[in-house]
Design a binder for this molecule. Structure first.
Ligand SMILES: Cc1ncc(COP(=O)(O)O)c(C=O)c1O
Length: 421
């Protein structure tokens, strides 16, 4: 049962006042707040169990190791994997994408090969592949986004944008495609991409590997990696109630087994001699050095919290708020992306005519409202809207319809400050 007032009591930061007003936190696509269950799990780890993992024989080290490995198991189950060895702990989604790029990409992408991304990628899933393609003489192909903020699946005109030809997914795919790296949900437009259709088309037309950026989808939707038919999924703990500095790379075991290590050092080795070394087994092959143990434990607690709420309920709540917000903001601001809430996660991106997004965000902050403004690490897609900056309100499990009403009311105040109607 989704009891919003009870949920809110779990988040100490929601008691804060900002500029004399109760905090209305609508910047969840950037990072989410933490419930006391997560904070307490981290405190408990440091107060009672802290020791280095996988190497000590003493009690504390064994406790810490078992807490960390237990968190791994929970996370595997949470995303629908029945093999916890497929869960690699990293710092965040960006590091997970870089891991795949340096490990798999360096080995498998060569001159003339093609990597497909979309125009709506976060910089993490764009720049990383741009760099690899430049280094290897490979070609970066970009899937266009239509006027409704959706991936263009087939047909249509190819067009030039920022000196690059962008086109439908179908037009990007071919015999040279080695990788398709695409987001499940856009952090700028909120669009929920039709992954099933995308995967089907990629599999039918290519032998490419598929990487899904789940940074915005894993926190809000039930994820079933076993059914997705993809090769890698990346996400960050801090966007799903967990602490910062911990993220996940999930990969299919056969592929992870073939990939060389990304970082070298302690814990990732099996055997070491002066002249040669062998690697540890999965997942530790990719986890060099002392990991973020408290982060892993904290993310495990975040997963417990979300599972208690139920991911289907979380998604329902997200949909309720985004439908409500889209309806309420109609006629009051220019809203970007699809107007069909069913195709949209809880992200509402808008501008008030004639007012810069930063100005909007600053005036709203004066009323205790936290939204994000700017390019949202998605400069190309923002510029494709014909804007240099947009404002973004994004919701999560503790947000309410009353907060949306408050935001909409205060947009009127923003217009007054800048003498706009
Ligand atoms: C869609 C998407 N991908 C990747 C990232 C990068 O996440 P992190 O900064 O945690 O690495 C973000 C963060 O905003 C995102 O929204």
């Amino acid at each position: 049962m989704f009891e919003i007032e009870k949920i809110r009591e779990d988040f100490p930061i929601l008691e804060r006042e900002i500029n004399g007003y109760p905090l209305v936190y609508l910047d969840n696509a950037a990072t989410t707040q933490k419930p006391k269950q997560v904070i307490e799990a981290i405190v408990d780890y440091y107060e009672n169990h802290n020791a280095n993992v996988h190497r000590g024989i003493h009690t504390l080290s064994e406790e810490a190791t078992s807490m960390v490995e237990n968190a791994r198991l929970k996370i595997a189950r949470f995303i629908g994997s029945n093999d916890e060895k497929e869960i690699i702990f990293v710092r965040n989604a960006s590091e997970a994408i870089n891991l795949v790029m340096y490990s798999w990409g360096e080995k498998n992408i060569g001159k003339g090969d093609e990597v497909v991304v979309s125009l709506m990628e976060h910089h993490s899933n764009l720049v990383t592949w741009q760099m690899l393609c430049q280094k290897k003489g490979a070609v970066l192909r970009v899937v266009d986004v239509d006027e409704g903020g959706e991936i263009r699946m087939r047909g249509g005109e190819k067009r030039e944008f920022q000196g690059v030809r962008v086109m439908s997914l179908e037009q990007t795919l071919g015999g040279k495609t080695k990788l398709v790296a695409i987001t499940a949900v856009s952090n700028v437009l909120g669009t929920v991409n039709p992954l099933e259709k995308i995967v089907k088309m990629v599999r039918a037309k290519t032998k490419a590997k598929i990487l899904i950026d789940g940074s915005q989808s894993v926190p809000v939707m039930k994820t079933e990696v076993g059914k997705m038919g993809v090769d890698w999924l990346v996400f960050s703990g801090h966007k799903m109630l967990g602490p910062t500095g911990i993220g996940v790379l999930w990969g299919r075991r056969e592929i992870l087994e073939e990939m060389p290590p990304f970082l070298y050092g302690g814990d990732m080795i099996g055997q070491v001699e002066l002249g040669k070394s062998e690697w540890n087994e999965l997942p530790w092959k990719f986890e060099a050095g002392t990991p973020n143990m408290a982060g892993m434990v904290g993310l495990g607690a975040a997963v417990d919290y979300l599972e208690d709420l139920g991911m289907n309920e979380v998604w329902k709540h997200e949909q309720d708020l985004v439908a409500y917000a889209l309806e309420k903001i109609k006629g009051k601001a220019e809203v970007y992306g699809t107007g069909d809430y069913k195709k949209r996660a809880g992200v509402v991106t808008f501008n008030l005519p004639g007012i810069h997004a930063h100005d909007t965000a600053q005036v709203l902050d004066g009323f205790g409202i936290a939204i994000r403004s700017g390019q949202h690490c998605g400069a190309p897609v923002v510029e494709s809207l014909g804007e240099m900056a947009v404002a973004r309100a994004s919701v999560y499990v503790y947000n309410t319809r009353a907060e949306i009403d408050y935001l909409i009311d205060k947009l009127v105040e923003v217009k007054k400050v800048f003498r706009k109607r």
